[in-house]
Design a protein around this ligand. Structure first.
Ligand code: NDP
Length: 306
């Protein structure tokens, strides 16, 4: 593989290996870390995500249980389930699969999770601790990106980092982690003027806008490290041909599956400029679940005094 490509699968495998080692260690002391997922409704993508998290738990020797509520479950029922999981001493991590159905108050549900079991790192207590640079359960996607930068030896201190996207799940915690690692950070969003002018300043550019191929060569300084968080399923053949001209392997995948994945970065046109770049798929995606496992083990060890 081109050694400029940042291989998320490889980094995720290394993280999972370390987590499995830690699980084995805890097992000797009678602790089996357990992650419980709350799934409300029948969103197919959510079912897939929850299923794959449960399978990863099993592979690493961890316990997990999925609590499936109907799509019209009232707020009180979801909150009562969270209360029950908070009180259960065997449960180390609670994951509420998002998005919740529209009738539910997502903040109220997430705020109810015991911060010590908040392995997604979305609770205001963990968000506040992160802002202050104190040890906390950190949202998995940005935490995974930091792990990848660290393990790949990419220097952060003193460098200009630009994050495109300011969500609570990715953009804001990403900016905070880069700031704590002593980057000079700029956070962009949909009202940013002259986005390309700002992103061209970046030594490290993180694209998390949720817009297909929004980052083109005009947005990237030569030699920049480019991290693509976006995940988009392309089902339109002409779009695949436009974004991946001459990429026979991708077209073959499209023919057999009817879709391919792509990111927020126009990979084909940006890659020649970048010193390092994550692909989609196989870049940031695999890191997220690996970090969820790492957070669960960390929560188990901390809460159970190991
Ligand atoms: P959100 O939709 O919550 O946030 C998107 C952010 O991007 C917003 O802050 C928005 O600005 C900003 N934005 C939108 N359009 C533009 C634009 N044209 N120029 C600049 N900024 C823009 O998305 P998420 O943070 O949840 O996710 C972002 C992407 O990452 C999605 O594609 C998602 O699928 C993917 N994702 C991938 C994960 C993984 O494991 N790889 C995990 C989580 C997400 P404003 O605030 O002004 O609206």
């Amino acid at each position: 593989m081109d050694d400029r490509i940042l291989d998320g699968k490889k980094v995720a495998a290394a993280i999972r290996g370390e987590v499995a080692g830690r699980v084995a260690e805890l097992g000797k002391r009678g602790v089996v870390p357990r992650l419980d997922a709350v799934l409300v409704g029948d969103d197919p993508a959510s079912r897939v995500y929850v299923g794959s998290k449960a399978r990863t738990c099993a592979k690493l020797g961890m316990a997990s249980e999925t609590h499936h509520l109907s799509g019209d479950a009232p707020q009180e029922e979801v909150e009562a389930l969270v209360d029950r999981l908070n009180a259960d001493p065997e449960v180390d991590g609670i994951l509420v699969q998002l998005p919740l159905p529209d009738h539910l108050d997502t903040h109220a549900v997430l705020d109810r999770i015991d911060p010590a079991k908040d392995v997604d790192g979305f609770h205001p207590v963990n968000t506040g601790l992160l802002q202050q640079g104190r040890p906390a359960l950190v949202p998995c996607t940005p935490a995974g990106i930091m792990e990848m930068l660290r393990r790949e030896g990419i220097p952060i201190e003193g460098r200009r980092a630009v994050v495109v996207g300011r969500s609570d799940i990715v953009g804001k915690p990403m900016a905070m982690l880069l700031l704590h690692a002593h980057a000079t950070v700029t956070l962009c969003h949909s009202r940013t003027r002259d986005l390309a002018g700002v992103t061209r300043e970046a030594d490290i550019l993180v694209a998390a806008a949720g817009r297909l191929a929004i980052i083109g060569p005009e947005h990237v300084k030569e030699g920049a490290v480019v991290i693509d968080v976006g995940i988009h399923r392309i089902t339109d053949r002409s779009e695949v041909e436009r974004l991946f001209p001459g990429d026979a392997a991708r077209m073959e995948r499209f023919e057999s599956k009817g879709s391919v994945l792509a990111g927020d970065v126009d990979f084909v046109r940006v890659a020649p400029l970048a010193s390092r770049i994550t692909p989609v798929p196989g870049g940031v995606g695999p890191l997220t679940i690996a970090m969820l496992m790492a957070n669960t083990v960390r929560a188990a060890a901390a809460r159970r005094g190991h």
